[in-house]
Write a protein that binds this ligand. Structure first.
Ligand SMILES: *Cc1c(COP(=O)(O)O)cnc(C)c1O
Length: 336
């Protein structure tokens, strides 16, 4: 595999740090926990979509696009990072936001990622929940093309084989850091949603024959569907990279026991994870993704799934700016 063959525009601060979490590890009494800080990719408060956008935006530029379109939930980190990347490259950005939660809180609708979408100059339109959002977006793009725009569409989460290359790159980056730091890593854990992160990581890990199991903690779909989505995309990613067949179905593992009431709706253990990481390690998690991933990590440690003497890397995929869209969950007024 040779990632340098693919067009790429540098948008992220790389490599992101890899750090130990000694206070959290001691508190939980299980494995040694490390954190890979993809919340620190740098672009407009960072997050995992920036790695994908390095390859996606390069493709948009190569195709001569003058506007990029994408879609996501109201507090989409992906939409915000796309708006930022487009601003940096002098392109227009149009976003379709889907109301997946029905939340009407002022901060949810206008603060957090939505505020940044606006600051980066993206135009926004809204849709109700439950539509085929990629189809909605393609219809809008077709209308723009009929008006003479050169529109490039990015699927939800930036999750296609081009975007997943960003997480193949992250797998290579992490394996290099493990060697440099002399770290023997037993497991990698992260939040999985639109599947591009897990698909890219597993493709990179398998292509390098790393022998490190990867666990995605789901935020939306049931287990069978999530694993199928990741596997389908990993197969395409491996083909694009010139190493077809490198990922087997059993390499793709998702645990979807921590979704809670639904996408974008935190459960009790989601909020506990935010609290625990903030108070023990000064790490900010987000209520939609990284805190559900962390809730899974914490619970699985408590259940003995990861053992003392093992070393686990939690990939922090970002999103903490979304906290300001969820102030209604934190009872700030009684504490401040
Ligand atoms: C999008 C996102 C994820 C999930 O990544 P996918 O590639 O969509 O599976 C995880 N964490 C955060 C903060 C995200 O924004």
């Amino acid at each position: 595999m040779n990632l340098a063959r693919f067009p790429r525009i540098r948008l992220a601060h790389l490599p992101t740090p890899l750090e130990p979490l000694p206070r959290l590890s001691a508190l939980l009494g299980g494995p040694e926990i490390w954190i890979k800080r993809d919340d620190c990719t740098g672009l407009s408060t960072g997050g995992n979509k920036t790695r994908k956008l390095e390859f996606l935006m390069a493709e948009a530029v190569e195709q001569g696009a003058d506007i990029v379109l994408t879609q996501g939930a109201t507090q989409s980190n992906h939409a915000r990072q796309t708006a930022a990347a487009a601003a940096k490259l002098g392109m227009d950005c149009h976003i379709l936001l889907e109301d997946r939660t029905g939340y009407n809180h002022e901060n949810y609708r206008y603060n957090g990622n939505v505020l940044l979408d606006v600051l980066h100059g993206a135009s926004i339109e809204h849709r109700g929940g439950g539509l085929d959002m990629n189809a909605e977006m393609e219809a809008v793009a077709d209308r723009m093309r009929a008006d003479g725009r050169r529109a490039y569409t990015i699927p939800g989460g930036g999750s296609n084989a081009t975007g997943a290359l960003g997480y193949v790159n992250c797998a290579l980056e992490m394996l290099g850091q493990f060697v440099d730091m002399g770290l023997n890593v037993d497991h990698i854990v992260h939040a999985t949603g639109s599947a591009g992160t897990q698909a890219g990581l597993i493709t990179g890990l398998k292509a390098m024959n790393a022998g490190i199991p990867l666990l995605g903690i789901g935020v939306r779909a049931p287990k069978a569907k999530q694993e199928e989505n990741v596997f389908t995309l990993a197969v395409k990613t491996a083909e694009k990279l010139g190493c077809p067949g490198v990922v087997q179905r059993e390499d793709v593992v998702a645990n979807t026991d921590y979704v809670g009431p639904g996408y974008g709706m935190p459960a009790k253990d989601t909020l506990e994870a935010i609290d625990l990481f903030a108070r023990t390690e000064a790490i900010l998690l987000d209520p939609v993704y990284s805190a559900k991933g962390a809730a899974g990590l914490i619970d699985l440690i408590r259940k003995g799934h990861f053992r003392k003497g093992e070393r686990v890397v939690f990939l922090h995929t970002g999103g903490a700016i979304g906290l300001t869209g969820y102030t209604h969950e934190f009872d700030v007024a009684s504490k401040a």
